[in-house]
Design a protein around this ligand. Sequence first.
Ligand code: HAM
Length: 419
Amino acid sequence: MKISAPKGTRDILPAEMYKWHRAAKTFADVCHMYGYEEIRIPTFEDTNLFQRGVGDTTDVVQKEMYTFDDKGGRSITLRPEGTAGVVRSFIENGMTSMPSPVRMFYDITAFRYENVQKGRYREFHQFGLEAFGSEGPKIDVEIISIVNVFFNKMGLKHIALHINSIGCPKCRAAYNEILKDHFRPHMDSMCDDCKNRFERNPLRMIDCKADAEKDIVKNAPRLIDHLCDECREHFEGVKKGLEQIGIDYTIDPNIVRGLDYYTRTVFEFVSENVGTQGTICGGGRYDGLVESVGGPHVPGIGFAMGVERFLMEAEAQEVPFEKPDYVKVYFAGMSDAASAFVAKTCYELRSEGVGCEQDLCGRAFRAQMKYAGKAGIPYLVVVGDDELASGKVKVKKMEDGSETEVAVSELVSYCKNNL
Ligand code: HAM
């Protein structure tokens, strides 16, 4: 029986890995530059965390979680996102008493049982960050700027930033009543999920995938028109801050986000290149989440970027990714004595940080040349008994065929300093 990768998963093959490394390193560098430090959280958590954190009226929790009982009878869920786990860790590890803001970034896999399509997988990767303890709009602006700096450093051109405010529990409660008045006469035509959402979380009805095309959804009152004074002021602060540093944005009242923890600012970076799954990065503020996961009242904000979608966008924009030459030099040994010399030289060079290869398959000289050429190794050194006797080898640059004669005794330091 042929076994294939499970639906919605994909192998990231060695040939494309350098792109992932470059993106991950650039993201980490940018986060470090802003004062963030990396956190690693578990791949699976207690199911309650996501029910309480992400929200049990969301599609993610209701339909998409990989949940199972472990052998000890605990209900376990593969993380569908990173925020809930970081919040749990923030509380559990006493980080609530650290000086604010406490800032962390992560590079994770996440799992959602979704309908698979271009840019939508069941196992996917996210670069994300979370910042705790800062209430004002300044940090909202700063984390949005992190995404822009990352895109700039990766060489991506403009990707549209959409922002919205979805208010606080106070303005949300008043708005929910307005929304219910709007939907009430039309409930017969709504999907079963929305019938359930009507009482529990009417805001979710605006985000319903099944009912999205209905006029009643499209014409629904917008939360941004019903913000309380504090939330309106906060949103004005975010807009002003973005303008101050020159970041363009569009206000998109339809962004409600697919997870329940958001308050006030929500935002998405959207591209047309990734097809229907155009949201490369999404995030926002979650001022009540720490409390609802059992901690004190600490405001929070963050975002996550879909790495697969980011790389699709980079490819569509033809962003050049330089493939690093990890292996700089190939040593072809033409006799037993030469092979012994090559093995020792390779060992010394690698210890000095110079990547190199030797034959490991008993290939004849010609086959070794062919291998080195195919692998694209930029320098070649042929070592035979003559070279060992004369104490000199030639280091050949494959690009132009030029050769430099080097004393065998100097070979390691020559390679270290010149290749
Ligand atoms: P999210 O919008 O659910 O937010 O996911 C963030 C990003 O992950 C999306 O914009 C998308 O690029 C990518 N993504 C989501 N689902 C899939 C999928 N099935 N296949 C491929 N890529 C996907 C969150 O996860 C929040 N935790 C973000 C956040 C952090 N908010 C505050 N802090």
